[in-house]
Every structure is written in structure tokens, then in C-alpha cells.
Design a protein around this ligand. Structure first.
Ligand SMILES: [Zn+2]
Length: 463
């Protein structure tokens, strides 16, 4: 049984699934107004590891992560750069997927865009207005949080104390400072959609309610995101589902901050100005290993020295892969624990790792156990016990693979077919043929390559 901390209950509890054997997960995705930052890297890695682990344990996972493509920040950037909002969103969404591919994060089963769900959002908001759960003001429609009796559940604070701590509001038409915007009335030159309560655009909190329930159905299993989303974003999503009398997430899971020194950070850090920048300067597996070495609910420290430390640890792993000629795992292919030949020393290791991982995804203890096993495998081989050393090495490889971390026995020469695809993609890009360039990039990704746009054209390498 997998156990996970549930923010709504404030305790680690059994992950009780709506349908046995199936996990439905919704992860709040990025607003595509800028290059992905380091905090984005952490949350996608944490939930990628969870998804992979559930799959490894034999569960079938439906993973949804949204793309917020309408937002104040996108509009601001479009104005500043005299571009359309669609153009800004498309550029940074492409950057987003590139970074995810480099990190080895498996693409979601569904990645809905907010702008594709506006009619459904309008319908939900209209039903709230009709029932006086929401009200119309001169700048838009607001949700009345006092209509939800347990508002504050995720924040861990009752409404009264949240209200006492709330900022003084500029809009004096609001019934409470905690009431949040469901809909923003149209302003000149901003994207807008028609609605019975006035032309405008949706606020951020409504899209995830509509898309999660639309794609995963009522009472889906797991709603995930960074700790910064717990309140108000997730609280406000939950409030709307409650008000709509629709069963929402059975389980809420949040990952910790990315830290530099004592500062909580999301935008930039020391030498690494963005996730994209970090991935250009380091082995992308180093970030995954750092994430695995911390508990997902704890803060994580990313610095040049912590990255360098992770890269040294990767060298030990790759040396093991070379010594035992281990196959490269991780990537988009999911192995199942039940199909592995666990026996003797590998079975003991497997059971130890399962015990850690199923106890609230305790990756730091699991990884420590795997590094102890690595030392044991090398020592055993040194003593001439090659068969048992190999069994242990293969188990280490499988278990890291189950967490999405590939051990690399060799660097990969670029084969003829991949070289041809690279040349075709460069030609397509030179001709401004973006659809073909994207299709060719995808073909390379499917063949296991990480694709980057270098100064003089497409650069590919193995993860
Ligand atoms: Zn969300």
C-alpha cells in the first residue's frame, strides 16, 4: 500500500484510490510567460518520480498537467514586446517542453490549455452568479468565500483568521477581501471572450477546476502542486468544486520550495538564471538526483556546489553501469517491478526501497540505500563474486530507472538516421517551416535524443 501525506488532513495516510489499480493525477502546470524557472523543475521532477513509481508498482496512471496560456503576465509581456498573447504563450510553451524533455520528465497524458476551456468556465461562473455564490462588480465577477463552510481547510486556518490576515482591498465592492476573481472584465486590447455577465477573461483559479473535473472526472485521486499553490490557488479551486457540489480531489499533495541560502526562490538562483540555463550548464540528471536526495516536502538547496556534488555521484553510478555493462533505463519507457527478476540480494534491496518509497515517497532513504548497494556490488565484484554483484547492479539500475534516473554506460555516438533528422530539421528551421521542424524534433525525442537549439543549429545528445 502506498502512503502519502495529505495536505487536507495534515497526515500521512493510505492513498485510497477511486478505482483500484488506477491513479488519476492532476498537477498545476506553468503560466507560459517566461523561461521555466528552477521551482518549475522541482515540481515537475517530484511528480514525474511519483508517476513513474506508481507505474512501476503496477498502477495505471492518468496524468494531467495544464498550461495557463491566458494571464496578466502574458498580456504584460505581449504589450511590452508588441506581440500577440498567443505568440508569447506559444514561444514559452515550446521552451517549457524543451526543458521538460531535457529533464527526462515524461509528457502528461493530457496537457489542457486554459483558452480551450473558456466556455466551460463561463458556464460554471454563470451558475455561481445565478445562485449568489458569486457576484458581479464593476471590474468582474467574484466568488463569495463565506458560502463555503470549510473554506481554509488546505490553508489549515479558519475563515476568520484568514480574513484577519488578508490585505486591505482596493475594490470596495468586494464582500470580503478573501473573495477572489472568477472573471475579469475586458480592458482595451486584451484578449476576451463573451459571457452573460459581461465580456472578459477568466481568473486563474477556475481553469484547474474545470479541466481537472473535465478530464479526470469527479472524485479524482490526487491533486498536486508546489507548496506555493496550497493557498490561495488550491483552496480556491476546492471552494469552487464544493460550491458546484462536485466531488473534488480525494488527496492533496504539495512539494517544498527551492531554496538558495535562507531565501525561498522561484525565479533565479546564483549562477543559474533559469531552469533552461541550468540545463545548458550541467548534466540534467544532476537536478533529478538532487530532487531524489531530498524529501519532496522538504525545501531543496540548489547551488553550484550541490549540483557539482550530484554530478560526482552520477559519475559513481555511470562507473557502475560501465563495469557491469548495464542497459540505459529511465526515459519514456516504463518498466514494471513485477516483470523484474528479483532474487536473493536484489530482492532484499528491492523490498527495502519499496518500503521507503511507499512511505510518503521517501526518496532520500531509498537513494541512500541504493548507494550503499552500489558500494556492496563493487566490493562483491572485487572479491570475485561476479554473479551476485551483477544481480545487485542490475537491481540498482532498475530501481533508479523506476525513478527516471538513467545510468549511462557509454556516451552515445550519433547514428546515421539521427544525423539525417538533424540535417532535415535545420533545413526546415532555416526555411521557417516550424511545423516540420517540430515534427522532426519529436522524431528525435522518440528515438531517445535530447534536442537543443545550439548557436549553429540543432544539437542532440543522449540524456
Ligand atoms: Zn491549478
Amino acid at each position: 500500500m502506498i502512503r502519502l501525506y495529505d495536505t487536507a488532513r495534515g497526515e500521512v495516510r493510505d492513498l485510497s484510490l477511486r478505482t483500484p489499480g488506477q491513479v488519476s493525477m492532476y498537477v498545476c502546470g506553468p503560466t507560459v510567460d517566461n523561461l521555466p524557472h528552477l521551482g518549475h523543475g522541482r515540481f515537475t521532477l517530484v511528480w514525474d518520480v511519483a508517476r513513474r513509481w506508481f507505474t512501476f508498482q503496477g498502477l495505471s496512471v492518468h496524468y494531467v498537467m495544464n498550461i495557463t496560456d491566458v494571464d496578466d503576465k502574458i498580456i504584460t509581456r505581449a504589450r511590452r514586446e508588441s506581440r500577440s498573447e498567443t505568440d508569447v504563450a506559444a514561444e514559452f510553451e515550446a521552451q517549457w517542453w524543451d526543458a521538460m524533455d531535457r529533464l527526462g520528465v515524461v509528457r502528461p497524458d493530457d496537457s489542457p490549455h486554459a483558452t480551450d476551456y473558456v466556455p466551460e468556465m463561463v458556464e460554471l461562473i454563470a451558475s455561481f452568479v445565478e445562485r449568489d455564490v458569486a457576484y458581479v462588480t464593476s471590474d468582474g465577477v467574484y466568488f463569495d468565500v463565506a458560502t463555503v463552510p470549510d473554506y481554509g481547510l488546505l490553508a489549515g486556518q479558519p475563515l476568520g483568521s484568514l480574513r484577519a490576515g488578508a490585505r486591505v482591498e482596493e475594490n470596495d465592492e468586494k464582500r470580503s477581501p478573501l473573495d477572489f476573481a472568477l472573471w475579469k472584465n475586458v480592458k482595451p486590447d486584451e484578449p476576451s471572450w463573451p459571457a452573460p455577465f459581461g465580456e472578459g477573461r477568466p481568473g486563474w483559479h477556475t481553469e484547474c477546476v474545470v479541466m481537472s473535473l473535465g478530464l479526470l472526472g469527479e472524485g479524482f485521486d490526487l491533486h498536486c502542486g508546489g507548496l506555493d499553490l496550497k493557498f490561495p490557488h488550491h483552496e480556491n479551486e476546492r471552494a469552487q468544486a464544493e460550491a458546484a457540489h462536485r466531488a473534488f480531489a480525494r488527496h492533496w499533495a504539495h512539494n517544498g520550495w527551492v531554496m538558495v541560502g535562507d531565501d525561498k526562490m522561484s525565479k533565479s538562483l546564483g549562477n543559474f538564471t533559469s531552469l533552461t540555463d541550468l540545463l545548458e550548464k550541467t548534466d540534467p540528471r544532476a537536478y533529478r538526483l538532487l530532487v531524489l536526495r531530498s524529501h519532496y516536502r522538504s525545501p531543496i538547496d540548489i547551488s553550484p556546489s550541490s549540483i557539482a556534488d550530484a554530478e560526482r555521484a552520477l559519475e559513481r553510478l555511470d562507473a557502475l553501469a560501465r563495469r557491469f555493462d548495464l542497459p540505459e533505463l529511465g526515459g519514456d519507457h516504463f518498466e514494471l517491478a513485477s516483470s523484474q527478476p528479483w532474487a536473493e540480494e536484489s530482492l532484499e534491496l528491492y523490498e527495502r526501497v519499496v518500503a521507503y518509497m511507499n512511505d510518503d515517497l521517501n526518496t532520500p532513504l531509498a537513494v541512500a540505500g541504493l548507494f550503499d548497494a552500489l558500494s556492496a556490488a563493487n566490493a562483491s565484484a572485487d572479491e570475485g563474486h561476479l554473479a551476485s554483484a551483477r544481480r545487485l547492479a542490475q537491481a540498482i539500475n532498475s530501481l533508479f530507472g523506476a525513478m527516471g534516473l538513467a545510468l549511462l554506460a557509454s556516451s552515445h555516438p550519433i547514428d546515421e538516421a539521427a544525423g539525417q533528422l538533424v540535417r532535415e530539421r535545420d533545413a526546415a528551421r532555416a526555411a521557417g517551416n516550424w511545423a516540420d521542424a517540430d515534427r522532426l524534433r519529436q522524431e528525435l525525442v522518440v528515438r531517445g535524443w535530447i534536442v537543443e537549439d545550439g548557436v549553429s543549429g540543432t544539437v542532440i545528445r543522449r540524456p
